[in-house]
Design a protein around this ligand. Structure first.
Ligand code: ADP
Length: 234
């Protein structure tokens, strides 16, 4: 069965960074946040519905994100494996996801990145993102080579509207009340779950820890290799 790695953790815990590091060897990075922002940019119906909620740090309705993910993981490039970032975020979404996993033949595994909330607020308020390729930068730990510009395509980096402190606190409240309970749900459902300290180490070291856990549990094999593939080698 193809692995579906569910990157789990509070906003700013490093899910997006790890997803980008993992994606070459484990399949596409499916981020509901990125998909919603693409709809906002496109100015379509879904984007308009999502925009007000995202700006306020609230969650978008389950049906909207469930449909986005269901359509995305049915695409041929997800056949050998997929990395989910920012989904599921409610128990209802988690229930729907497990149904999709069974139907589409994925083996889900949760990687929980644990980070202290004070660290989160500091991280997110210093975060910048490339509007073209989505690469994330941090003013303190991972600055771009040229201030304010993306290393990969030179685009001017932006601060996300929801990375203001008051909105960050609201996102953390939503996380505590709606998202954290998913862990119990997954445990009861027998889904593999790995806890990784996402606070004290470099992104590269965190990636190594994730790889170790995935290899130990048979979700990854080998050490090198590149590009998404069947059986998933790293
Ligand atoms: P972060 O993980 O840093 O909060 P994301 O880019 O994953 O950032 O999400 C940004 C916003 O998009 C969330 O605060 C929420 O409003 C919305 N969103 C993203 N994924 C979901 C989801 N699975 N369910 C509901 N809302 C979502």
């Amino acid at each position: 069965m193809a692995p579906a790695i569910i990157l789990f953790g509070s906003p700013g815990s490093g899910k997006g960074t790890q997803a980008k590091l993992l994606h070459q060897s484990m399949g596409p990075h499916v981020s509901t946040g990125d998909m919603l922002r693409a709809h906002i940019q496109a100015g379509d119906d879904l984007g308009r519905k999502a925009q007000t909620l995202i700006k306020a740090g609230r969650l978008v309705p389950d049906e909207l994100v469930n449909e986005l993910v269901e359509n995305r993981i049915a695409q041929p490039d997800c056949k050998a494996g997929v990395i989910l970032d920012g989904y599921p975020r409610t128990v209802k979404q988690a229930q729907v996801l497990l149904g999709m996993m069974q139907k589409d033949g994925f083996r889900p595994a949760v990687v929980h990145l644990v980070v202290d909330y004070d660290k989160i607020v500091a991280r997110l308020s210093g975060r910048r993102q490339c509007p073209v390729c989505g690469t994330l930068y941090s003013q303190t730990t991972n600055p771009p080579k040229v201030a304010g510009k993306c290393d990969l395509d030179g685009a001017v980096l932006l601060t996300r509207e929801d990375d203001r402190e008051s909105v960050i606190r609201e996102r953390l409240r939503e996380y505590d009340s709606q998202t954290l309970p998913i862990l119990n749900f997954f445990q009861t459902a027998g889904v593999s779950l790995f806890e990784i300290n996402g606070g004290e180490q470099t992104p590269q070291r965190i990636l190594e820890r994730i790889r170790e856990e995935l290899m130990r549990s048979g979700l990854l094999s080998g050490r090198n290799g590149s590009g998404p593939q069947q059986g998933v080698r790293l």
